[in-house]
Design a protein around this ligand. Structure first.
Ligand code: DWN
Ligand code: ZN
Length: 408
C-alpha cells in the first residue's frame, strides 16, 4: 500500500472533516531523484483538512512512511548551521530545567544527532532513526542510534536495556506521525514518573498568519495548535504542562507533556487565547486560505516568468523539503530556475522531485552571478543574506517568497 485516504481525525477520531486547502498532486518532497528515475516518480494528493471536533489541521492522504523515510533520506538537520545553534540552545534549556547528570535522554526521529550530540558528556543518550543513512551519520558522532520507527514494543525493549528516560523528545517528527496513539503509549512506557515528553513542530498560527503554504507536504501529517494537542494527551491521562513559541522552520511550538499532575504553566492558556483570538478553532478562519495561497503563487509565477522573458538568469537557493512544495505548486521547471544550490552533499547532483531542477553546490556562486535568486530556504533569511553579502554586491538580488514576496 503506497497511500491511503483516511476518513477520521487522528486525534479525536471524529469524522467532521472539511478540506481547507488543496495544492494538487505532489511527489514526496525529500525524494530527490537522478535522471534515470524521472519516470518512476509517483504523485499523491496534497490536501489539508480541518477537524470540526478537536480543530486539528491535518492531511488525510497518508503516504506509507517507508516511502518517505528510507535508507536514502535526503534531510540532514546539521546541514543548516542556524539549526545546529538552535538545538544547542534547546539542549541547554532541557539541562537547566529537566535533567540531572546521568539521566537517560531518548530522541525519537533523532536524524543525525543534532540534539543528542549536546548531551554526550553528562547523560545517557539514545537516538531512534528509521532512515539508515542519516542514523549512520549520528553513530559516526558516537551517538547510539536504534534503527526503525518508534513503537510501544520498541519502548519496552529500551526500558529493559537502558532503563526509563527522564526526557523523551520528538522534534520535527511528532507532526509526521499517522498513528499518534502508538507514539504516546510508547512514550508512557518509556518515561519516568516525573519525566517529560517534549516535541517541536511547525506552528499552525505562524503557518496561517504568514501563509507558509510550502510547509505543507506529505511528511507533515499534522499542523498543530495547542488545543488539539491538549485533547490528544488528555486521552492518555497526560497534560500539556508548558508550551513555547520558537523561531525555527518559519515558527514552531515546543510542547512539554507530562503525566497529569495539575502543574500547568501560564504559557498554555496564553497560547490558547492567542489561537482563539486568531480564529484557529473555527472553520471560518480558513474560508479564504485557498484564495490567499493562490495569490502568493500567482505573484511569484508572474515575477519569475517576467524576469525570464527579459532574458534574466533566475536560480534558487537551498533545496529544502518545503521548497519542493513551492516549486511544484508554482509548476516551476529548469526553464524558469536554472539550478538550485544546496549545502547538503547528498542532494548535490540530483534533481528536485517533480520540478526536476538540478541541485548544485553553492560553490557555483563564487564564479557565477545570477540576476535573481529565489530563496527557498527563506527560514534562514538573515543568516543567508549575511553570508552572501559579496554575491549581492556583485548584483545578484534575492526573491524572498514568504511571508511576503519581496526582492532584496
Ligand atoms: O520536518 C522537516 C523539517 C523541519 O526539516 C523535515 N521533514 C525536513 C526538513 O525540512 P526542510 O528541508 O524544509 O528543512 P530546512 O532546514 O529548512 O532545509 C534547509 C535546506 O537549505 C537544507 O537542505 C540545507 C540548505 N541550506 C543551504 O543550502 N544553505 C541551508 C542553509 C542555512 C544554507 O546556508
Ligand atoms: Zn479531531
Amino acid at each position: 500500500m503506497s497511500h491511503v485516504h483516511k476518513n477520521s481525525c487522528r486525534v479525536c477520531k471524529g469524522m467532521d472533516l472539511t478540506r481547507i486547502l488543496s495544492l494538487g498532486e505532489h511527489p514526496p518532497v525529500d525524494n530527490f531523484i537522478d535522471v534515470e528515475h524521472i519516470n518512476d516518480e509517483k504523485r499523491y494528493p496534497l490536501d489539508v483538512y480541518f477537524c470540526g471536533t478537536c480543530n486539528l489541521v491535518q492531511l488525510l492522504d497518508v503516504v506509507a512512511e517507508e516511502k518517505l523515510f528510507h535508507g536514502d533520506y535526503a534531510y540532514f538537520s546539521s546541514a543548516s548551521k542556524p539549526l545546529v545553534d538552535h538545538f544547542r540552545s534547546y539542549a541547554d534549556d532541557l539541562q537547566k530545567e529537566n535533567l540531572t547528570e546521568g539521566d537517560l535522554v531518548v530522541d525519537i526521529g533523532s536524524n543525525d544527532g543534532i540534539l543528542l550530540q549536546n548531551f554526550l558528556e553528562k547523560y545517557h543518550v539514545l537516538g531512534i532513526e528509521p532512515s539508515g543513512n542519516v542514523a549512520e551519520a549520528a553513530r559516526k558522532k558516537g551517538i547510539e542510534t536504534t534503527d526503525g520507527f518508534f513503537t510501544v514494543e520498541m519502548a519496552k525493549k529500551i526500558v529493559e536495556t537502558h532503563g526509563k528516560a527522564k526526557v523523551v523528545s520528538a522534534n520535527n517528527v511528532f507532526a509526521h506521525i499517522d498513528n499518534l496513539d502508538e507514539i504516546v503509549r510508547g512514550v508512557q512506557e518509556l518515561l519516568t514518573d516525573d519525566g517529560v515528553f517534549v516535541s517541536e513542530s511547525h506552528y499552525l498560527l505562524d503557518l496561517v498568519e504568514k501563509l507558509e503554504f510550502d510547509t505543507v507536504y506529505h511528511e507533515h501529517l499534522c499542523y498543530y495548535s495547542v488545543k488539539p494537542l491538549q485533547r490528544l494527551f488528555e486521552r492518555f491521562d497526560m497534560e500539556v504542562s508548558d508550551v513555547r513559541r520558537v523561531d525555527v522552520h518559519g515558527g514552531s511550538i515546543r510542547v512539554y507533556a507530562r503525566k497529569k499532575s495539575g502543574a500547568v504553566a501560564l504559557s498554555v492558556q496564553e497560547l490558547l487565547t492567542l489561537e482563539a483570538n486568531a480564529g484557529l478553532h473555527t472553520l471560518e478562519r480558513f474560508d479564504s486560505f485557498q484564495k490567499d495561497v493562490e495569490a502568493v503563487r500567482d505573484t511569484l509565477v508572474t515575477l519569475v516568468r517576467r524576469f525570464r522573458a527579459e532574458g534574466k538568469v533566475v536560480t534558487a537557493y537551498g533545496a529544502p523539503a518545503k521548497g519542493n512544495t513551492l516549486l511544484n505548486f508554482c509548476e516551476f521547471t529548469a526553464d524558469d530556475l536554472k539550478y538550485v544550490t544546496d549545502t547538503t552533499s547528498y542532494k548535490i547532483g540530483l534533481l528536485t522531485p517533480g520540478s526536476h531542477i538540478p541541485v548544485v553546490s553553492p560553490d557555483i556562486l563564487r564564479t557565477e552571478t545570477p540576476d535573481y535568486i529565489l530563496l527557498l530556504a527563506w527560514n534562514y533569511r538573515d543568516f543567508i543574506l549575511e553570508k552572501e553579502k559579496e554575491l549581492r554586491e556583485r548584483g545578484a538580488q534575492f526573491i524572498i517568497p514568504i511571508p511576503n514576496v519581496e526582492i532584496v
